[in-house]
Design a protein around this ligand. Structure first.
Ligand code: PEP
Ligand code: MN
Length: 464
C-alpha cells in the first residue's frame, strides 16, 4: 500500500486505513469479527461503482460553482433504504431533481450541477445508541448498511456492508440506464402538476415560470440547437455521508488519474486514491472532529468532499479543517454545507464566510436548510416547517450577498413521492395531516411539491 507523507504537516502518513489509529465517533462494534473480515474482503475485490474520470469531472464542475459560474443542487432521502432500490422511487427522484434544476437554471442563468443523496446513503449517525420502542429499550436504527429498521432485529450485521454495495450499484445502474434512455430528454414535455397550488397569485407566478421554461425549450428544439445532443440527457452524480469507515476504506482504490488531472496526494506509483463508492462524500456534523478518524480518512481522497457546518462550529476550527482536508487550497474541492437553523444563521454564517475568505480557501458554500430546523410535534413526530426551511435559505442568500460571497448550492432532504412529513408549502399541509403518509425512516423530507416550490422561490429570488 503506497503510504504518503501527510500533507497537513503533522508528519503522519496517510493510507486508506490510517483512520483506524484515531478516535472515532459513531463507532461500529461488531460481534463477529470473522464475518466482518469476510465482508470487507469481498468488498475489496468488487469493481468501482464510480470512476476517477467521473469523480474529477464533478470536481471541475464544483470548481465552477465555487467561482460563482454554476449552481449545485443536492438532494435525496435522509436515510435511503435498500427497498428504495426499485424503479418507481428512483424514476421519481430523477424527474424531481431534473425539474428543480430546470427551474434553477431559468432563475439563475447558470448551469446547475445535480448530485443525488442516493445510491449509497445507507448509514445514519445517531444521537443515542439506543431508543425506546413500545416501552422497550433497543439499539437505534443506524441505517440499512448496519442494521434492520425492524425493532425485533437491530443487531449489527456485517453482511449488510456487501448488500449496501450491491444496492448502490444496482441503483446507479438503473439511473445510468434511464438517463441514457431519455428519462431526462428535454425533447419530451414535462408534467409539472401545479394543480395543488391553492393561492391564485402563486399559481400564476409558478405557471409563468413553467411556461417560460417550456417556451425556451420549444424554441431550442425548433431551431435545432441540439446539435451535440445536450437536450437528450443530463448528468446526475451520487453522494452519501462517509460514516462507516470500514465500508469506505474497502471501496477506496489507488487508480490511474484521468488525463490532465494531477492528484493532490499521489500513491507510490503516481496514482491517486479515489473513493469509488460515490462521486461526492460528506462528513456529518457529528463526526467532523479535527483529530478524529473521519477527518483523517477524508484528507486522503481525491473526491470532492463536503463538511457539514452546524451551530457548534468555531471559526478557527473551520479554517483548521479546511487546511487539513485541502492543504493545496484546491478551488471547489470542499463544499461547506451550512445548517445552523433559521434562528442561528444570522449570528453565524457571516463570521464563517469572513474567516474562510481570510484563510484563502475558495469553497462551495451550500445551504442545508433542513437539519437545523427539525422540530417535534406534540405527538412526537419529527417534522420541519416549510417556512423555516425557506427562512434559513433566504437568510443564507442575503448574508452571502452582504459579504460579497456566493451561495453556490442547496442541500435538501426530499423525495419524489407524495409523503406528508414537512408541514406548510402551497398544499397547506398541517400537523394533523402528517400521519396521512409519513414514511421516512429518519428525518422528514420535502415532498415533490414542496421541493419544487422551494426551487421556484429560489429562482424567483434571482429573477426579482
Ligand atoms: C444528514 O444529512 O442526514 C445529517 C445527519 O446531517 P448532519 O450531519 O448535518 O446532522
Ligand atoms: Mn437527515
Amino acid at each position: 500500500m503506497g503510504h504518503t507523507q501527510g500533507a497537513n504537516g503533522d508528519g503522519q502518513n496517510w493510507s486508506p486505513d490510517s483512520w483506524r489509529s484515531k478516535p472515532i465517533k459513531q463507532m461500529v462494534e461488531y460481534e463477529d469479527s470473522e464475518a466482518v473480515s469476510a465482508a470487507l474482503k469481498k468488498l475489496s475485490s468488487l469493481p468501482p461503482i464510480v470512476t476517477p474520470t467521473e469523480i474529477t469531472k464533478l470536481k471541475s464542475h464544483l470548481r465552477d460553482v465555487a467561482l460563482g459560474k454554476a449552481f449545485l443542487l443536492q438532494g435525496g432521502d435522509c436515510a435511503e433504504l435498500f427497498s428504495y432500490c426499485s424503479d418507481e422511487p428512483i424514476d421519481s427522484k430523477i424527474k424531481l431533481l431534473l425539474q428543480m434544476s430546470l427551474v434553477l437554471i431559468w432563475g439563475m442563468n447558470k448551469p446547475v450541477i445535480r448530485i443525488g443523496r442516493m445510491a449509497g446513503q445507507y448509514a445514519k449517525p445517531r444521537s443515542s445508541p439506543t431508543e425506546v420502542v413500545d416501552g422497550k429499550t433497543i439499539a437505534s436504527f443506524r441505517g440499512d448498511i448496519l442494521n434492520d429498521f425492524d425493532p425485533a432485529n437491530r443487531t449489527l450485521d456485517p453482511e449488510r456492508l456487501v448488500s449496501a454495495y450491491f444496492h448502490s450499484a444496482t441503483t446507479l445502474n438503473y439511473v445510468r440506464g434511464q438517463l441514457a434512455s431519455g428519462i431526462a430528454d428535454l425533447h419530451n414535455p414535462l408534467d409539472w402538476g401545479l394543480g395543488h397550488v391553492r393561492d391564485k397569485d402563486l399559481q400564476t407566478k409558478y405557471s409563468k415560470i413553467v411556461n417560460s421554461i417550456s417556451e425556451s425549450l420549444r424554441f431550442m428544439r425548433t431551431i435545432g440547437a441540439d446539435t451535440a445532443g445536450q437536450l437528450h440527457t443530463v448528468d446526475l452524480y451520487t453522494s452519501h455521508e462517509g460514516l462507516v469507515m470500514e465500508y469506505e476504506q474497502a471501496l477506496t482504490r489507488s487508480l490511474r488519474n484521468p488525463g490532465g488531472y494531477t492528484p493532490s496526494r499521489k500513491s507510490s506509483d503516481g496514482k491517486g486514491w479515489y473513493n469509488t463508492a460515490a462521486h461526492f462524500l460528506w462528513i456529518g456534523d457529528r463526526t467532523r472532529q479535527i483529530d478524529g478518524g473521519h477527518v483523517e480518512y477524508f484528507r486522503g481522497i481525491e473526491n470532492p468532499i463536503g463538511i457539514k457546518v452546524g451551530p457548534s462550529m468555531k471559526t478557527d476550527e473551520l479554517v483548521q479543517l479546511l487546511d487539513i482536508v485541502n492543504p493545496n487550497k484546491e478551488i471547489g474541492k470542499v463544499t461547506l454545507i451550512t445548517r445552523y437553523g433559521e434562528d442561528k444563521v444570522e449570528a453565524m454564517l457571516g463570521h464563517h464566510i469572513e474567516a474562510v475568505k481570510e484563510s484563502g480557501h475558495i469553497v462551495v458554500w451550500q445551504c442545508d436548510p433542513m437539519h437545523g430546523n427539525t422540530r417535534s410535534t406534540p405527538t412526537g413526530l419529527k417534522t420541519r416547517h416549510f417556512s423555516s426551511v425557506f427562512s434559513e435559505l433566504s437568510s443564507a442568500l442575503k448574508i452571502h450577498k452582504q459579504h460579497g460571497s456566493f451561495l453556490g448550492g442547496v442541500h435538501l432532504e426530499l423525495t419524489g413521492d407524495a409523503v406528508t412529513e414537512c408541514v406548510g408549502g402551497s398544499e397547506g399541509l398541517a400537523e394533523e395531516d402528517l400521519s396521512l403518509n409519513y414514511t421516512t425512516f429518519c428525518d422528514p423530507r420535502l415532498n415533490e411539491k414542496q421541493a419544487l416550490e422551494l426551487a421556484f422561490l429560489v429562482a424567483g429570488h434571482y429573477r426579482e
